[in-house]
Design a protein. Structure first.
Lengths: 152, 428
């Protein structure tokens, strides 16, 4: 069991399996296919990462995970995409940033919280060691104060 | 964050719940970055959200609340390109049906945009800063723009100041007429974290150089040296086109919101290497590095050897100069290959105002259309969002389009050979 302390950007208590991107997480590219599929079918059960450049996450389920990442990158529609997937119920449960949160991710979690009433727990500044240590599938517990515990 | 009495009153709800939520969002966003206060925006906005996709319901509901409260931006704004153009972009009937379904809220959404301050029906482009379009800020202007390629151009080439705002927050800031003071709005936030030394044997492909820089520096600010030996000092029209495409790739393959180019971009000309932070890192880009980066792009076509069925040029939208250059290049290539027309349906994308200027500039349009090429103002990225279009073997010279779709990237010369011959170069 190992513990890291970050800054709670949008605090909350949550527990779940880690999904780890050691490169920048491209929000639009990652959720694009699931959002479009949802547009066509009128519903979406889960989001699968469609970012071809992300060797860690391509093809993996993002919904309900504790997404561990350095920062988000890519299109400035990224925040709107996060708000949308939160409203659709297919967002990650939490986003844990090793670096400071970037402006697009911050926008997305704020918009989801204020305008949709759905919270994606966000903790940043967890440090490089956090991202090097956490493993995919590992159970992670996030506390209100930004404490992140790797459970197994 | 220090708020004025009026801002505090809005936050407390004195001007209604919609404005209160707008202020709450902008303040929460700013406080995340340690913003010291809100600063007045000094120029028109540019927004990323141009598409009426049915799934982004929360955004439309937010718009309804804002419209219901009678809110309107102080200046008319521009917005990214439209997602569809059935007249000029070759599409099958099923593709058209799916596009209509995916973007089923386009008309009502455009009506919403008009009510909160959209400039006019031609204000749909990612290159709003081009002279023909005219949403071009001045050096030092404070903005709240989104659209990653426009943000990086405004900051870097023009010297205006905007953070990389997301869709949603962009509109809220522009409605309030204020942006949180942090990051790229501050002198400190505009200093460079990286020295990028370009040591290639010739002028690098702008799209691949931008991609390499974006992948390496992510959202940091790079100070790039070595480009002025080919592009000259200052920013002339050709250099602006190059920097537009390089910046778009750096912003989509990474998250670059500002770069400085030694001897060229305004702040680099004014301050020089004094922009570098004391503990800057160095990234050397040579021919081998660019080859490595280009070779890393995955091929997502179902049949990697398939004959291309469509080509997009102009993501971000082409400038007037680029439209003329592509016209000459395509006309020559068709002649060289001894064909009456292009072998691959090819679509050139530019702003409505740029296309109008192109059409008015003599015989170029007729010569281009005679090759079978087409002109549009749509967003090729949104076109490729259609799952049926995503199955097509599409080629492009845009690294941004490559990043967000199944389209395959080729440098300009190779792309010309492909669209003229109908064959991928590796087929011989």
């Amino acid at each position: 069991m190992k513990t890291f302390k970050g800054r709670p950007v949008l605090p909350g208590s949550v527990r779940g399996p880690a999904l780890v991107s050691r490169q920048g997480f491209n929000t639009l590219a990652s959720f694009q296919k699931s959002v479009i599929a949802g547009s066509l079918t009128g519903r979406a059960k889960r989001a699968v990462c469609s970012d071809q450049d992300n060797r860690d996450l391509f093809g993996k389920v993002l919904t309900g995970t504790i997404l561990c990442l350095p920062q988000t990158i890519g299109s400035t529609s990224g925040g709107l995409v996060l708000e949308t997937v939160a409203a659709m119920g297919i967002a990650p449960a939490a986003m844990l940033f090793s670096q400071s949160i970037d402006s697009l991710a911050a926008s997305g979690v704020v918009l989801a919280d204020v305008w949709v009433g759905k919270r994606i727990v966000a903790v940043d500044r967890l440090g490089d060691e956090f991202l090097q240590t956490v493993r995919e599938g590992q159970q992670v517990e996030v506390g209100e104060d930004g404490t992140v515990t790797l459970l197994d | 964050m220090q708020l004025t009495t009026e801002e505090q009153a809005i936050l407390s709800g004195s001007k209604g719940p919609a404005l209160q939520k707008a202020m709450r969002s902008v303040v929460a966003f700013g406080e995340t970055f340690g913003a010291t206060g809100l600063v007045r925006i000094t120029g028109p906005g540019h927004l990323v959200t141009s598409f009426g996709a049915s799934m982004i319901g929360p955004h439309y509901r937010m718009m309804e609340e804002l419209i219901g409260a009678g809110l309107h931006t102080p200046w008319p704004f521009t917005v990214d390109p439209r997602p569809a153009d059935f007249k000029n972009v070759p599409s099958s009937l099923p593709e058209k049906l799916v596009t209509r379904l995916v973007y089923s809220r386009q008309r009502p959404y455009e009506a919403q945009l008009a009510r909160v301050g959209l400039r006019n029906a031609d204000a749909f482009t990612c290159t709003c800063y081009l002279p023909e379009v005219g949403n071009r800020p001045k050096f030092g202007d404070v903005l709240a723009w989104s659209e990653s390629s426009a943000v990086v151009f405004a900051n870097s080439v023009i010297g205006a100041r905007t953070n990389r705002n997301s869709g949603g927050i962009d509109l809220l800031c522009n409605l309030l007429g204020k942006a949180p003071l942090f990051g790229l709005l501050t002198d400190e936030g505009r200093r460079a974290d990286w020295l990028v030394e370009v040591r290639t044997t010739s002028l690098p492909n702008a799209q691949v150089l931008g991609s390499a820089i974006g992948m390496r520096v992510m959202e940091d600010v790079p100070y790039i040296v070595g480009l002025d030996q080919w592009l000259g000092s200052g920013v002339n029209d050709a250099a602006a086109d190059y920097l537009k495409d390089m910046g778009a790739a750096s912003a989509s393959n990474g998250a670059v919101g500002l770069y400085h180019v030694e001897g060229m971009t305004p702040e680099a000309v004014k301050i020089g290497r004094g922009l570098l932070r004391r503990e800057y890192r160095t990234y050397v880009v040579d021919d081998a590095e660019l080859e490595r980066v280009a070779a890393s792009y995955p091929v997502l076509w179902r049949e990697p050897g398939a004959r291309p069925s469509l080509c997009f040029v102009g993501c971000p939208h082409l400038s007037l100069g680029q439209l003329h250059q592509w016209t000459e290049a395509i006309v020559q290539a068709v002649r060289q290959y001894g064909r009456p027309r292009l072998a691959v349906p090819t679509v050139l994308c530019a702003a409505p105002d740029v296309l109008r200027a192109f059409r008015a500039s003599g015989s170029a349009e007729a010569r281009l259309l005679a090759t079978g090429a087409r002109l549009t103002s749509l967003c090729p990225l949104m076109f490729m969002n259609n799952p049926l279009s995503a199955r097509r073997p599409v080629v492009t010279n845009s690294n941004k389009l490559r990043t967000y779709s199944t389209a395959r990237f080729y440098p300009d010369e190779e792309l010309l050979a492909i669209i003229s011959s109908g064959r991928l170069q590796e087929e011989g």
